[in-house]
Design a protein around this ligand. Sequence first.
Ligand code: ZN
Length: 189
Amino acid sequence: MSICKCQRLDLVVIRKIFLYNYATYMEPIGLMHIKTVYIPQEFIDAVYLEFKDTGLKGFERLALFAGQKKGIEFFVNYLLYPKQQLVKGPDGLSFHVDGDELERIGDWLYQNNCCLVGQIHSHPTGAYHSEADDTLALITTFGGLSIVVPDFGNSDHNLKGSAFYRLLPETGWTKLYPNQITSLIKITD
Ligand SMILES: [Zn+2]
């Protein structure tokens, strides 16, 4: 797993320490109560560069957003690239993260007192949640997000043409409407 930290690391660390106490005693479990997710612009930019680069080699790619909850808000402080096997098979492109890596991610999240809020991955063409995306998503917490970026990130910018899904108890991975996305996702400078 490689980790890209925000350049304003000091600020993030301070916020993290504050949230540690808050989160330990007061935060609700899960992500269903989260109304706004703040993602730093530099993480979005980094993801697009990574997706384009991997796309040139003909592969999809997966990244994870991790951070802390504060009330109904979630602050993404870490961008994680899990160790993943990139596959070009007869059924198309895919990526696989094995059990050891999932465990390693879980340990890392625990040690850094944060949790995952969502995953983001690239597609060679259209942005949609495939059957495999539904069943094999790394995010398994209700209220969690999955973002699919089309055309290896080449035709899209700042998630404008990306598809957003949220894992809901009744309907599983559920596509979000543009107005839901606008109120839920805030890209920060
Ligand atoms: Zn997919």
